[in-house]
Design a protein around this ligand. Sequence first.
Ligand code: AMP
Length: 439
Amino acid sequence: MDTPSFNRLGLAQPLLDALAEKSYSEPSPIQAAAIPILLEGRDLLACAQTGTGKTASFALPALNATSRIGKKPRPGEIRTLILTPTRELAVQVADSFKGYGSKMPFRVGLVHGGVSQHPQVRALKRGVDVLVATPGRLLDLDEQGHVDYSKINMFVLDEADRMLDMGFVEDIRQIAQHIPEERQTVMFSATMAPAITKLAGTLLRDPEGIRIAPDLTTAERVEQQLFYVKPNDRTSLLLSLLDEREDDDGLSIIFSKTRHHAEKLGKFLYREGYEADSIHGGKSQNARQRILNRFKDGKTRILIATDVAARGIDVKNIKLVINFDLPMEAENYVHRIGRTARAGDSGLALSFCGGNDGGLLKDIHKFIKSDIPVNEEHEYHCGETADKVGRFLQRGKGGSGSGGRGRRGPRNRGRRPEGGYQKKRSFRRNKARSSHRSS
Ligand code: AMP
């Protein structure tokens, strides 16, 4: 079936010009499905992940409406409100708007925590066509009387599943209550968990539903490998994998389960001669943005991240994702490996599995509906670990396992990863490289 080209979707000329400048020739599947629905003014519940082009699928219709109005927003006015779970995603969505709207006049405002509120208040006072906000800061500003919801005609919840995971459901409800009922509401979510459909039921009116090539399209483009590894060999395995790819010009993300470990791993890699930054919720917003910019510019080639900080990061040229720790929630596996293989590229995702990670691995296999291929050739492959996990996977097939969602309790919080960060002499690097910037 032919994908309709952007020209046939009925978008305003300045948007088509911006898309041409970006060399987007065809809408992605989510764009082809969502844009006509949104241009008609219908509500939409869309199941799509980052990397599918979902941002443009709501940004283009929102900008299209703005270009049709043809008038600047009045002081205090907000026309489109977009809620995102994280500051990074908010910045990224606002940047996407600037890109797609580069050929037309419009104002985008950004409201998120971790930075001074004064410029945000000034932008709200002036009025914005589009406001991209995280729920917490928006409510803060609202309590201070700086937010006028009364002119909003489009309300978008981006990564709604993540917002629910982060406990924003009441904030969302509170915000939604203020927005006129005669609005268009759009919800994007990577999964369609019951909590999402329940929230959609209260916020959306007679929505169209779209489910775009679920979670596996990205995963299919990513070459995945699993390494069974002994506790004390994790860091050596990491170094050897990075050494093997030292001449590649791509960027790498390493996922670690806690802030503390991300930080420690960054320092460890620096000592080993690798320039690496870590990004996590414990850093100020400005520091996080600086680190992200350095990574985007290729000045830092390795980023160590926790799940929350990495969600939504859209950086081109990430060739390698390493799961130093398996994610506690299986769906994050897909989000993590989706950091590579952006916009149709291919990528490599390498995951470490220790003897006690059977439950986590089992959940991932269940979620992606296949097994991650095991790399048994590597010198750090550990047969004993493989056997132990193999026995676990065989036991009670089909259950969620001890490492599943049940393990998210306090028992695991802040636990050291297996083996800590012991170094192996054979991989110590003597080349001094550029300096480590961790904040
Ligand atoms: P998103 O899922 O919105 O985060 O987009 C993922 C990446 O795909 C971003 O780098 C976009 O710039 C890019 N992208 C979005 N739509 C298209 C398109 N139609 N053609 C090519 N690239 C696109």
